[in-house]
Design a protein around this ligand. Sequence first.
Ligand code: CTP
Ligand code: MG
Ligand code: K
Length: 182
Amino acid sequence: MDAVTAVAVAFWTMLPAYVPNNAAVLAGGGRPIDGGRTWRDGKRLLGDGKTWRGTLVGTLAGAALAGALNVARPALAGATGVALPAFPLAVALALPFGAMLGDILASFVKRRSGRERGAAFPLLDQLDFVVVALVLAALVAPAWFRATFTLPVVLAVLVLTPVLHVLTNAGAYLLGLKEEPW
Ligand code: CTP
Ligand code: MG
Ligand code: K
């Protein structure tokens, strides 16, 4: 597989994991998941940046996108000649939910390391959601995972994701949608 194909497959396959965090930024608000509770260090468990509404809307947005990609796939694969994978239902849910879960776990780590809500944590911010999305997808659909995530595609995901994350967050910040540019 050449590099361009690997990047195209990586982008396509990870789209249902990329969209949830951005949807959560738009939909977030309301009751925080931790209900305001603190950990034994006296700091918030997760903080006000992780809400039920953001998590639910983010997960549903990613799952809906996976469904839309399934519909668009035959035409797109035919036109480009790239073997784009379809998303089985379990994967269509695991990728966005895993992305939200990764982001939530990262907030737990950030609070334990003394970082306030919104503080940057380079590399954790850019890769948390992708790692947990991939792990969940591998758990719910091992055969699909092995067929889709060949080594070139995994490498493309690891290079492409931080670049896209930095660009989309900077864009959301410039549009006034996000408090910080990361
Ligand atoms: N958001 C949400 N629920 C989530 C994830 C995000 O409601 N599960 C919303 C919140 O409004 C959040 C915004 O999206 O403030 C930006 O997300 P993110 O940068 O992940 O959160 P931070 O506010 O930076 O908080 P943290 O430091 O805990 O990452
Ligand atoms: Mg943030
Ligand atoms: K985050």
